[in-house]
Design a protein around this ligand. Structure first.
Ligand code: PHE
Length: 361
């Protein structure tokens, strides 16, 4: 093929490619066209391989022509490829309506604190302001700390009030946070202001208001001249602050071997506002704060000088308080993995606003 024939052939190939491209609508077809033209045995590819067969003085000219053609053809193939791909995205978008696959993913909330934890933090902050220390104790407790040190000897009928999980090692899963009263007295002595939030366990049949695993906050204040009046005033401050409303209290006698006298502090039901509902068993009142003056035997067991000091203790039902605060009607949701009933608090560190999540249709 002389130079003129070659250029003629190149022009033909370019025209063929241009014609073929107008009919091609998919990526694979573009790729196979590329092979049939630019591949080693392709229409232009074979001309490129043949450059070496030309006399040396013509090779430069021939090489230039075929390479220029190669560059132009490659560019037109690439352009068609880009066009096909962008047509595909447009078609997919049209199918999916407004869906834009190039938008960044929506950030999802990573989770939030448990309602009981939220109330616990609030209670802790309040008591820290009042000069209390926040203590913790083990969930696996000795029988001595859970019972004897609290004036509940083995023969005591009050043991029947505690449906205890006994462990093979002779210890118990603490039935209340009160054992930490004893631990704190031994650790710090008097005067003493301490609260103990923590998990407690009782062998109970589950229903809407009973769980085998629940939270309490023990409170203990030991000082000179402490009276029940101080305790009731503190209860009022505590419940009013946590519930964010003016809480009404009712004080009744209550029996606990580790306090004397013992009382039950009830607050008016947040769910029915006192008019009576299933949650408050139609009484309008919720038992929330069993309490009393620390029994001298408990002070003595804790090496506290009973001539100098008196004190009060309470066992706030933290789980119940969280249920009241957030209007949770069934205690069982708190230990389940069901995240539906309430969504994240909008804010931790002030009044917490919870919103009901809409049940999906
Ligand atoms: N520990 C008691 C209970 O769990 C509650 C309580 C604590 C009562 C402190 C009085 C004083 O039932």
């Amino acid at each position: 093929m002389n130079l003129d024939q070659l250029n003629q052939r190149i022009t033909e190939i370019q025209a063929e490619v241009a014609a073929a491209l107008t009919d091609i609508n998919n990526v694979d077809a573009v790729r196979s066209l590329e092979t049939s033209v630019l591949g080693k045995k392709g229409s232009l590819g074979s001309l490129i391989t043949g450059v070496k067969d030309y006399p040396p003085d013509q090779r430069g000219q021939v090489g230039k022509s075929v390479n220029r053609a190669k560059t132009l053809i490659k560019a037109s193939l690439d352009e068609r490829l880009t066009q096909i791909q962008s047509d595909q995205v447009t078609a997919a978008n049209a199918l999916a309506g407004d869906f834009d696959p190039t938008l960044p993913g929506q950030p999802r909330p990573l989770g939030s604190v448990h309602p009981v934890t939220a109330v616990q933090w609030e209670v802790e902050r309040l008591f820290e302001r009042l000069g209390f220390t926040v203590e913790a104790g083990p969930e696996m407790e000795t029988e001595h700390n859970n019972f004897e040190a609290l004036n509940i000897p083995a023969s005591h009928p009050a043991r029947d009030m505690h449906d205890t999980f006994w462990l093979d090692n002779g210890k118990v899963l603490r039935t209340h946070t009160s054992p930490v009263q004893h631990r704190s007295m031994l650790k710090f002595g008097a005067p003493l202001r301490v609260i103990v939030p923590g998990r407690c366990f009782r062998y109970e049949t589950l229903d809407a208001s009973h769980e085998n695993t629940f939270h309490q906050v023990e409170g203990l204040l030991i000082d000179r001249d402490i009276s029940l009046g101080n305790l009731i005033a503190l209860a009022k401050t505590l419940l009013t602050e946590v519930m964010n409303r003016d809480v009404e209290l009712r004080v009744r006698p209550g029996y606990f071997p580790f306090v004397e006298p013992g009382i039950e502090i009830d607050m008016n039901c947040a769910i029915c506002e006192g008019s009576g509902c299933p949650t408050c068993k139609h009484s309008g009142w919720i038992e929330i704060l069993p309490a009393g003056m620390v029994h001298p035997k408990v002070l003595e067991a804790g090496n506290i000088d009973t001539d100098k000091y008196t004190g009060f203790a309470f066992g706030l039902g933290l789980t119940r308080l969280a249920m009241m605060k957030y209007g949770i009607k069934d205690i069982r949701v708190l230990n389940s993995g069901d995240l539906r009933p309430i969504t994240s608090p909008t804010r931790i560190g002030g009044p917490i606003v919870w919103s009901r999540r809409k049940t999906p249709a």
